[in-house]
Design a protein around this ligand. Sequence first.
Ligand SMILES: [Zn+2]
Length: 499
Amino acid sequence: MSSQIQEHSAESAPPSISVPVHEPRRDAVNSAFLDYYRCPENFADLILSRDLSANRGFFQFGRDAICYGQSSRGSLAKRATDELYDTETDVVADQNTLRLPFNPSEIVANLRYERYVSSCNGGGVRGSILRKSYYLVRPFLPVSVRKHLQRIQLRDWHEIPFPNWPVDLTVERILAKLLVLLLKTGSTDKIPFIWFWPDGSPSCAIMTHDVETLSGRNFCSELMDLDDAYGVKSSFQVIPENRYPVAQSFLDRIRHREFEINVHDLNHDGHLFRNRELFLRRAEQINRYGKAYGALGFRSGALYHNLDWYDALNFSYDMSVASVGHLEAQRGGCSSVMPFFVGDILELPVTTTQDYSLFHVLNQYSTDLWKRQIALIMKNHGMISFIVHPDYVMERRARDIYELLLAHLADLRSEGKVWIARPGEVNQWWRARSQMRLVLQGDQWVIEGPQKDRARIAYAVLEGDSLRYQVQPREHEVPQGEEHPADAAPEPQRDKTAA
Ligand SMILES: [Zn+2]
């Protein structure tokens, strides 16, 4: 996300058809921004400048953030690849208020809920027919055959223009751009907010293992040994039915070693979200397994999802949405590397390429792509999340690559650059942070709320045109505020180069 305000004129474009709509309340306009930064409300004075269009489409907010939704100015494009109208020049600063030509909370929700997908993804009918037949035969296919079918199914993946491969930061860019514009109103030179991660950690990482088959299940102990060798406590997603017996002793071994257990689908047949009736029936069974396993987290098979149905799941968090879904059976992506709430469920997006796709679709036995994704996410203080299957790292060549990844993560942690946690810990933290508030005590900002002792105050400031975050030390510590660039050099939004 560029923190620079780009000075360039809007291209002349016919205004979109506009019908009067009720102006959302002010808190609806700034709610996504406030939830994200947890800054005091009076710093987030965002209002709509005019009525929004009735229709939705693509447009830009500055040079490097593609938006999808309603707007009150310029044209709305049908495809992300069309020439896009840039709304940034339509933002008007009125003292400390920003008048916006779109509602950022709506735009962010459209991205997180992938409402843009039917407009630009590559799935389509062909994809779904292939997918159905593929899933019917998948359990009987060896990886060597499966990967060829998947390469055919996914062959157009690098032509997908949006979200941005290999990491998409659109939500982060939109919200940071608002922060920059608020600072540029000149009403304040710094905006306090609650830092994203506990103890001032610059970023966060989670390691998760989906257990697909009996041999994968039997490899879990060894995988725990491997993770432990690098001090990484991970989570294991267990399929309750049809794949392998799930003995209590198996779950106990994982838990006693302080690893985490989550539910992975019901039977992983690819049909969980086929229709609502079936989903509701299965959700009840899944909820029962969650209770029996003492699991708070869920992930669907093959990352299929429909966030609009999630209120039927009794889980605290979900991990079924990719940030960039180019290589997933269900394409799209939430265009973000941060957790976000879907009703009461916290979504922890999958922000890196799965091991299976890396080894068997991209045919890469190297950590290059993972390292590139880690660097991009860290630059934006996001959550780095991995899916590595016991089933696919049993073979020596893949296991060696996985060990290199663990070593890299452990190095980053010892350099103080990343907080490596179990998904459940991230869930606890993000929930606590969502309850925290910044309040003034005299002329000092203090944090109130659960786990406030682990939270840090940060200030967003402008250095020239660049956004910087200054993370404050805890009160009893020697004062030495850490300085993080809000982001350094953003990847071009339409970088299509395959890694
Ligand atoms: Zn799976």
